[in-house]
Design a protein around this ligand. Structure first.
Ligand SMILES: [Zn+2]
Length: 80
């Protein structure tokens, strides 16, 4: 599946910490579920997680919703 250039640009960060309950580690990865559709695929931002919880969350979401899971590295530390 082709992703248009800049598709993920402008998505707002939701938090600096992993959203997994009780985790508390710095979020390193945004989990985004991309579901095929027309005219453009739907994208659902799941949240920001540490790497381990991002993988768990992504696998669970893909099993439930289908589509493709994207893991996008957070730009930790940049506050432009
Ligand atoms: Zn975590």
């Amino acid at each position: 599946m082709r992703i248009p250039a800049g598709w993920f640009a402008g998505m707002q960060r939701v938090g600096a910490e992993c959203l997994w309950r009780g985790c508390g580690q710095p979020a390193g990865v945004d989990v985004i579920l991309v579901v095929p559709g027309e005219p453009v695929p739907a994208r659902v931002r799941i949240g920001s997680y540490c790497l381990g919880h991002a993988v768990i969350t992504g696998i669970e979401m893909q099993a439930r919703e289908g589509g493709h899971v994207w893991y996008v590295a957070c730009s930790v530390g940049s506050r432009s």
